[in-house]
Write a protein that binds this ligand. Structure first.
Ligand code: GLU
Length: 451
């Protein structure tokens, strides 16, 4: 059996860390098994799905390196769903219901007030042929429910172990709305059957769905795939991420300078028995992937951890790798390998290099606000600054001379010099920075800040 999995996002929003993790686990599992990763666009909801979101999802997955072997859209397959619905109808497993939303809500409340589970009472199954005729004559449009067996749907979940859903405790799911549109439940099954999906891997919010879907697989004469339901993500504060997912989109993370491999390393490891560590490639993550390492507790997505991984990955990046990215920043086309070696360990993300590009290759800096004392001090320092080109020793010998002349030491000595030369209070070692900035620019900055 060749493993075939699918990632099935709905193009009703941006890809966020929650669905990136689902995509990733599918991708890693497929890779680790020599199988195929399929991208399915779940756009049955034509009103909320957009072409823009669909394209953004494809672009985001590509940016993350999660390539797909096949891709298709549900909106291209409505004829097939209609056919499958016909199959279920002919077996009496898909039945028309005419209750309005208000009516259902009212019945739900009554059930709850009687201490009963708010399960659909199947009143529609009791409708006679005459009732149907009357309703049709009134031009009432039905929605269609799948008739669950009332028995138990069972499977051995790759993450959760043996599962058993009592289908009598859930409502018969609506598969088709009044307007004839399909909800996600049945198309997903039809697609999984037709695409020969061997493993359905998704969040544990789908566990109940799986009970119904397993019965739909069987009703369509198909073998249900293996299933894996992963615990959901929570934030570092232990709270669910749902409200914050908007700011945790792939797009936002990319704009903030996060590298694909820091996002992927974190998402592959949280909630598993492996330590969270930066990895260089999806291949490496795939080699280390196993469902047996995945726990049942929610996976903690901690942005500080992401920052740490990102910094680690950026610090290890070669100039060749980063060159095209630097080139997109102001002055970035002038960056040299030496520049990168000096600044990289100070960056949280590649875009942070912009500051240092401006310091090294830019013209005048805004210049710090210095008090009168510091200004006078800079005046002295400027006078002592050697003529001509700077060398690797310039900083040290110059600072020693400034120290001897002014009597300043420690922070009082270094900080004003650093601030005038770089406009920053922190940064790479100054001897190396000075070498990059060059004598002429350094002199001009000192003179400019002097009284
Ligand atoms: N479109 C569904 C979702 O995003 C897919 C669920 C599934 O993987 O079956 O939740």
């Amino acid at each position: 059996m060749t493993v075939k999995v699918r990632f099935a996002p709905s193009p009703t929003g941006k890809l966020h860390v929650g669905n990136i993790r689902t995509a990733l686990v599918n991708w890693l599992f497929a890779k680790s098994q020599g199988g195929m990763f399929v991208l399915r666009i779940d756009d049955t909801d034509l009103e909320r799905s957009t072409k823009e979101y669909e394209e953004a999802i494809r672009a985001d997955l590509s940016w993350l390196g999660m390539t797909w072997g096949e891709t298709f859209k549900q909106s291209e397959r409505f004829a097939r769903y209609t056919e499958a619905a016909g199959q279920l109808k002919s077996k009496g497993l898909l039945y028309p219901c005419y209750e309005t939303a208000e009516e259902l809500e009212r019945r739900k409340k009554i059930a709850l007030s009687r201490g009963k589970p708010p399960v659909y009472d199947r009143a529609a199954l009791a409708l006679t042929a005459d009732d149907h005729k009357k309703l049709e004559a009134e031009r009432r449009k039905p929605h269609w429910r799948f008739k669950l067996s009332g028995g138990r749907a069972e499977w051995n979940d790759l993450v959760r172990g043996q599962q058993s859903i009592d289908t009598a405790s859930v409502s018969d799911p609506v598969l088709i709305r009044e307007d004839g549109s399909f909800l996600y439940t049945m198309p997903s099954v039809v697609d999984d059957v037709d695409a020969k999906i061997t493993h359905v891997i998704r969040g544990e919010d789908h566990v109940t769905n799986s009970g119904a879907q397993i019965e739909i697989f069987l009703a369509l004469g198909a073998q249900p795939p293996e299933m894996a339901h992963m615990p959901l993500l929570i934030g570092a504060d232990g709270q669910g991420l749902s409200k914050r997912l908007g700011s945790l989109s792939a797009e936002q993370l990319r704009n903030e300078g996060y590298e694909p491999m820091s996002i992927l390393s974190l998402l592959a490891k949280i909630g598993t028995s492996d330590p969270v560590e930066a990895r260089e490639s999806l291949q490496q993550l795939a080699m280390e992937f196993s469902f047996s390492k995945m726990g049942r507790a929610p996976a903690r997505f901690d942005e500080n951890e992401l920052d740490g991984l990102n910094a680690q990955i950026v610090h290890g990046m070669s100039f060749e790798a980063v060159k095209p990215r630097l080139a997109k920043l102001p002055y970035g086309d002038q960056a040299t390998p030496d520049f990168w070696d000096v600044v990289r360990s100070n960056l949280k993300g590649v875009p942070d290099a912009a500051v240092w590009l401006a310091v090294v290759y830019g013209g005048g800096l805004t210049g710090p606000d210095l008090d009168a004392d510091d200004q006078a001090f800079i005046g002295e320092a400027a006078k002592l600054f050697p003529a001509g080109d700077v060398t690797a020793d310039t900083w040290k010998s110059w600072v020693n001379a400034v120290k001897a002349k002014t009597g300043r030491k420690g922070k009082g000595l270094f900080m004003p010099l650093r601030r005038v030369l770089t406009d920053q209070e922190h940064g790479p070692e100054m001897d190396k920075m000075l070498l990059l900035i060059g004598g002429e620019k350094a002199r001009a900055r000192l003179v400019g800040a002097a009284p």
